[in-house]
Design a protein around this ligand. Structure first.
Ligand SMILES: [Zn+2]
Length: 481
């Protein structure tokens, strides 16, 4: 139950303190404020939750109490922050929008260099040279430490699983490790009419890459609340879902919110992830002379329909697992190489469905290729999972065979950046409900490469040879320049 509010919103929506800042003699207050600054409890602060007043739930003109971490609206005489300062004897408040700090109930501003770390946790800002450090092949050169002296690596921090949002956490992490998108978000300074989704995604990026966190973990709550709103309830943190669907939704939504159009390169999303695919299709005509097991082939004498379409993902099918006869064979996990599943895009391999024969080839590959292994198939009864393991190199995957050659360009060689895997819990191999999503993330470049596995709050360094043992569902590949 929400507390009933007796105050009219207009009383607290805007500060009614006719700036007491100037009225009061600041010199006397400086000494008093020193005492108050000692009451600040940094361990209670993270600013991860939606910036709404804990009493009125309004998001207008909210302040964070630096003693207990709660949010209250206003700082004028009739405001909730003012009332909190009197009732709870908490006196230091930060404006969540401007990061200015005030002492209440007196109402004077405090600016003290010792508060700078707090405003940096609330609203971190980065410059281009920090972004360059993150992209350097020797990152990380040093670890960061949180308030509890716990070491962490900025960018590789745990994300809270608030209810059942691990399928969204892995997507957030994967996207925030794509350098052009990461840098766009870290260097952004949104204060205008940008979409709330974009602002909050940038805010989350800045937290995840913040080298001066108070707690070495971040809650995606504020961003996911907006995801819920923007998707009109389709993606909720209470409900397990499909990371592939979520990623598709998020990329398209961010693209539009960035002002992107149908044109290529019209947003950082398109210029980073969008490629072009050529699809050739032909009607299948049953030949009376064809043998029973003969596959239909393209008939060059007949019309072949060619369309070119843009893509954000390269979806590949996994071969159906063999039907095992006995219990010994059931323990064998089928394996395929990534090259054999990507052959779908070589322009020669054909696929037949509903009387159409098709073959595919990329015309243009983006700087970052998202590959999706279709592991789940739905039938009317149940969602089946294909357990086939896909083997892949971490570095140097050559896409030459899957794209039309352009003479001027170097060969399209890609290195893995992120790998999202699915794990079924305790014997259930079928449903996505009982499930654990994990993401493997690369840190550093060729000579100094490390891999981390993140599952919600658990962050672990991982041996390279363990990475392909998971059931990969999504991967992001980075083109070598
Ligand atoms: Zn308080």
């Amino acid at each position: 139950m929400r507390k009933k509010t007796e105050l009219a919103t207009s009383d607290v929506a805007y500060d009614d303190e006719e700036d007491m800042d100037e009225i009061l003699d600041t010199r006397e207050e400086v000494k008093a404020s020193d005492l108050y600054l000692d009451t600040i409890n940094r361990a209670a602060l993270d600013f991860d939750f939606e910036k709404v007043c804990s009493v009125s739930t309004s998001n207008i003109n909210t302040y964070g109490c630096l003693v207990c971490g709660k949010y209250f609206q206003g700082r004028g005489r009739h405001s909730y922050a003012y009332a909190h300062s009197i009732h709870d004897d908490h006196h230091v408040f930060i404006n969540l929008e401007t990061t200015k700090v005030y002492v209440l109930p007196d109402g004077y501003p405090v600016s003290d260099p010792s508060l700078e770390d707090i405003s940096f946790v609330l609203a971190p800002s980065f410059n281009r040279s920090y972004a360059q450090i993150l992209s350097s092949s020797s990152y990380p050169t040093k670890l960061s430490y949180d308030l509890a002296s716990k070491a962490y690596l900025p960018g590789y921090v745990g994300l809270n699983n608030i209810k059942r949002n691990d399928h969204m956490n892995v997507v957030i992490h994967a996207l925030l490790h794509v350098a052009p998108l990461r840098d766009y978000l870290l260097l952004s300074n949104f204060h205008g009419k940008e979409s709330e989704l974009l602002k909050r995604f940038a805010g989350l990026a800045k937290k995840v890459w913040n080298p001066r966190l108070f707690k070495s973990q971040v809650s995606p709550h504020e961003f996911l609340q907006e995801v819920n709103r923007a998707s009109t309830g389709k993606y909720r943190l209470e409900q397990q879902g499909d990371p592939v669907e979520f990623l598709g939704w998020l990329l398209n939504h961010l693209h539009k919110d960035m002002g992107g159009t149908k044109k290529k390169n019209s947003s950082i999303i398109f210029s980073t992830f969008q490629g072009e695919l050529r699809v050739e299709a032909q009607q299948v005509i049953a030949r009376p002379d064809a043998g029973e097991n003969e596959k239909p082939r393209f008939d060059i004498a007949r019309d072949i329909k060619t369309v070119t379409s843009p893509f954000l993902f390269l979806a590949v099918d996994l071969p159906p697992p063999p039907l095992f006869q006995d219990s010994v064979e059931k323990n064998i996990i089928p394996q395929v190489s990534i090259q054999s599943v990507l052959s779908k895009y070589d322009g020669k391999t054909t696929q037949e469905s509903v009387g159409q024969l098709r073959r595919y080839k990329c015309q243009r590959l983006p700087p970052y290729v998202i590959s999706h292994f279709k592991r789940f198939t739905k039938n009317i009864f149940v969602e089946e999972k294909n357990p086939t393991i896909v083997t892949f190199p971490l570095r140097g995957l050559d896409f030459r065979e899957y794209v039309d050659a352009t003479a001027s360009q170097p060969p399209p060689v890609y290195d893995l950046v992120a790998n999202i895997t699915h794990e079924s819990v305790a014997g259930t191999t079928r449903d996505k409900e009982n499930t654990v999503w994990k993401v493997h993330l690369r840190a550093g470049g060729a000579e100094y490469e490390k891999w981390y596995t993140i599952q919600d709050l658990i962050v672990e360094e991982t041996r390279k040879e363990m990475i392909f043992l998971g059931e990969s569902v999504l991967q992001i590949w980075e083109r070598r320049c």
